[in-house]
Design a protein around this ligand. Structure first.
Ligand code: NAD
Length: 249
């Protein structure tokens, strides 16, 4: 497929997991793709690599400017970098709340702010934020993480309203439990990782975890010219977790 031929994309958190699968899919479909990540040591051709920390405004502005210059402009921003957090409101102190909010929410704002001038010059501009089922599902032991993703959801709608008349579409994907290095790290921390993985799979409506490539395909739809009339929406890629009203045990 070459439906992204001539389009230029920036993917944050693009070195791993959902972001990596998205960067590779957009490139395979003809886009020129730059990755912005804390660690770009694993990122190579055809992807361009730009190291930045989304909590550091100066590094974000420099990386976005470098990426836009290297790509010759910017049409698509995939705002995906994020970190996890576990526990109830009693388990995370103020410093942890500020740290995770800074990455997952303000990080997306910083990247969008830096990218908007270039996106305004595009005749096909789209932003796709990586949200989560946690934004609306009421998951146990995920107070801080859910709050960040609820903010990402609201931010997506507000940005869609602010920029619709500029021709910039803004939507989000809401993944369920995706088999990425992040989830792998959580499972590895359990006393019996294999048993924990089996239990996690059994809790999914489909009986399996979502694949990163399946989230990437949804991101690609929301970023592509095929979704030209779609903005201010969320697309769940969660194996039915939300729509079927099932909850992880
Ligand atoms: P991952 O850990 O595999 O990849 C995340 C990437 O983000 C890494 O490459 C990391 O270096 C980068 N990153 C983290 N902090 C950064 C920072 N401060 N600056 C720049 N880059 C930074 O994780 P993933 O599972 O692919 O998650 C990607 C996104 O998907 C996150 O926003 C996450 O909240 C969301 N998500 C994941 C799942 C899941 O089950 N894996 C479910 C729903 C939503």
């Amino acid at each position: 497929m070459s439906d992204f031929e001539g389009l230029r994309a920036l993917v944050t958190g693009g070195a791993s997991g959902i972001g990596r699968a998205t960067a590779e899919l957009l490139a395979a479909r003809g886009a020129r793709v730059a990755v912005l990540d804390l660690d770009v040591s694993s990122v190579g051709e055809p992807l361009l690599a730009h190291r930045a920390d989304v909590t550091d405004d100066a590094s974000v502005r420099a990386a976005v400017a470098d990426a836009a210059a290297a790509l010759g402009g910017l049409d698509i921003l995939v705002n995906n970098a994020g970190v996890g957090a576990q526990g109830t409101v009693e388990d995370n102190d103020d410093a942890e709340w500020h740290r995770v909010m800074d990455v997952n929410v303000v990080g997306m704002v910083r990247v969008a702010r830096a990218a908007l001038p270039a996106l305004r010059r595009s005749s096909h501009a789209a932003i796709v934020n990586t949200c989560s089922v946690a934004a609306t599902a009421g998951l146990p032991q995920r107070a801080l993480y859910s709050a960040t993703k609820g903010a990402v959801y609201a931010l997506t709608l507000a940005m869609a309203a602010d920029h619709v008349r500029e021709g910039i579409r803004v939507s989000c994907v809401n993944p369920g439990t995706v088999d990425t290095p992040w989830v792998g790290r959580l499972l590895d921390a359990a006393p019996d990782p294999a048993a924990e993985r089996a239990a996690l799979q059994a809790r999914q409506p489909t009986g399996r975890l979502v694949r990163a490539a399946e989230v990437a395909a949804a991101v690609a739809y929301l970023a592509s010219p095929l979704s030209g009339a779609v903005t201010g929406t969320s697309l769940a890629v969660d194996g039915g977790m939300q729509g079927l009203r099932l909850r992880p045990a």
